[in-house]
Design a protein around this ligand. Structure first.
Ligand SMILES: Nc1ncnc2c1ncn2[C@@H]1O[C@H](COP(=O)(O)OP(=O)(O)OP(=O)(O)O)[C@@H](O)[C@H]1O
Ligand SMILES: [Mg+2]
Length: 194
């Protein structure tokens, strides 16, 4: 059943860069489960509009609502914590982490625990279990222990919103490692963190 309140809504949203009105009076309401494409010519204001939705830019006029909450003044990371996230054309996963570790990291970040880098991941049983549940389909299970660097682009695309730690304020573990071009199959997994 779809909820009566749109999950995401804008009211007369606008952005001006000096004399240039990049986005003008945009009011839209997206119901739960809806998929929309935003199309338009170069310079039409698509990226600016997405930046207004996600909190990268502050609007000059209008408001953004997530459910019933007005989030116009919220910065990016509290929006992410409320479930409003964004993926980019280029995936920005940590190549040295496994698929499972990436999802655990995102869960820890959501719960404000990601900065406790001195605790082994295996101690976060609840979060590891949640990640296991998210990766419960047969195909996902087979790749839990594979490094994200070994994932095909389409798989990384799927993982990106789940494993992204864009609001992470501290350096992630092993983030500076160069990507490893290695293959991973279901028959040669790395040990999961549990
Ligand atoms: N930070 C900024 N400062 C000044 N002008 C900007 C800024 N960001 C975007 N613009 C201008 O706002 C207008 C809309 O740009 P925007 O990038 O949102 O368009 P777009 O629809 O995403 O275009 P494209 O299809 O090329 O990605 C353009 O004229 C652009 O030059
Ligand atoms: Mg753009």
């Amino acid at each position: 059943m779809t909820s009566a309140v749109p999950v995401l809504r804008t009211e007369r949203l606008g952005k001006r860069f000096g004399a240039l009105q990049a986005v003008s009076d945009v009011s839209l309401a997206l119901p739960q489960g809806a998929r929309h494409a935003l199309i338009g010519p170069n310079g039409a204001g698509k990226t600016t509009f997405i930046n207004l939705l996600t909190g990268v830019l502050a609007p000059s006029t209008g408001d953004v609502y997530l459910g019933e909450e007005r989030i116009t003044a919220l910065r990016q990371h509290p929006r992410v914590k409320r479930g409003l996230t964004r993926t980019f054309q280029i995936n920005t996963l940590f190549p040295g982490l496994t698929v499972l570790e990436s999802v655990v990291l995102a869960i820890l970040q959501r719960e404000g625990l990601a900065a406790q880098w001195w605790r082994p991941v295996a101690e976060y049983r609840e979060q590891v279990d949640e990640a296991m549940t998210l990766l419960a389909t047969p195909r996902a299970r087979a790749r839990r222990s594979c490094p994200t660097a070994a994932s095909a682009w389409s798989r990384s695309r799927w993982l990106s919103p789940r494993g992204r730690a864009s609001s992470c304020s501290t350096s992630p573990p092993r983030a500076s490692r160069p990507p490893r071009a290695r293959r991973c199959s279901a028959s040669s997994p790395r040990s999961p963190p549990r």
